[in-house]
Design a protein around this ligand. Sequence first.
Ligand SMILES: NC(=O)c1ccc[n+]([C@@H]2O[C@H](COP(=O)([O-])OP(=O)(O)OC[C@H]3O[C@@H](n4cnc5c(N)ncnc54)[C@H](OP(=O)(O)O)[C@@H]3O)[C@@H](O)[C@H]2O)c1
Length: 333
Amino acid sequence: MSAVKEIRAIGVHDYDNWLDPKEFTYEPQEMRPEDVEIKVEACGICGSDIHAAKGDWGRDYTPLAVGHEIVGVVTAAGKDARHKVGDRAMVTTYQGTYPSGKITQGGYASHVRVNSEFAFKIPENMDSVDVAPLLCGGITAFRPMMTAGVTKGTKVGINGIGGIGHMAILFAKALGAEVTAISRNDKKKELAEKLGADHYIATDEEDFSKKHEDSLDLIINTGSSFSEGNVSGVLNLLNPYGQMIYITAPPIDEKLTLVPFQMLMNSISVGASAIGSPKDIDYMLEVASKNNIKPMIETIDINEANVKTAWERMLTGDVRFRFVLTGYDKYFK
Ligand SMILES: NC(=O)c1ccc[n+]([C@@H]2O[C@H](COP(=O)([O-])OP(=O)(O)OC[C@H]3O[C@@H](n4cnc5c(N)ncnc54)[C@H](OP(=O)(O)O)[C@@H]3O)[C@@H](O)[C@H]2O)c1
């Protein structure tokens, strides 16, 4: 199969009207020896898509197709690519520029063309719709656990039970941790328990911080903002020498306020983590495949109206827990 000349995509045309995504076409970056072209089958909708589409991180360019949790089949491969035509692979993507100066676009599109070093072979026993959310959300949740050496019995708190938070519960349980789900209210208690959480803390409950203080070794903060995150109350849940790792990527002007003495007196640390290396991603996929990790998803066919609906519902937290765009063959026929 030969590479396509034009890619069809759905994206933001005007940041002030970002909730009105429309179709556009673009000419892809020239195919380099290391590149593969992937015909998209499924793409998860990450909280980062919302930040980028809204312009939370800046207004780089339009039109902008977001989407980086992409699964599809390789339809063209350069001579040095590490995948061949027919392989099922995933990629990471948008808000970037190639050395040629051409801008990058994401997976709300018929195809993506990428460096094959950043495309990963999907384990045979995993469905494309289940694996898509793992490709950003899953690795982002998993890597802080790898770094902290989470093992059987580690007391792990997951703060923020959304797309990434719910996957963090699944991975922490697979590693044998004792897991506490922490959310802004009690609305997700039942589902968090269904996902395997051993305990649940609602941060709108009076005295939650005092009641559960010194109970966790590691907190992974997965909220999309710190604005309602009760950072100080949540930090109080850490054992001495505990650590909070945030993966939160808030609007660019948001600040994180810490009370130095609170950290000092318990020797606690606060750090951050971004996705994972290609090696980490291969390992995460192996763990997910062996443990049959399947995110809780809602599939929705790709088209302009549905992208708008999914984004609007994401804004109000009305999804349990990850949208995955499907129906690519129907729309991009
Ligand atoms: N570090 C990385 O490499 C990386 C990679 C991907 C995504 N991210 C970032 O990770 C964050 C979460 O992504 P996601 O896909 O999981 O998003 P999501 O599905 O929208 O979930 C975010 C969760 O954050 C909590 N939340 C919402 N508004 C909040 C507020 N104002 N203050 C405190 N908490 C709030 C909610 O949990 P509760 O209702 O349970 O409180 C919500 O379910 C985003 O900022 C995203 O950009 C980072």
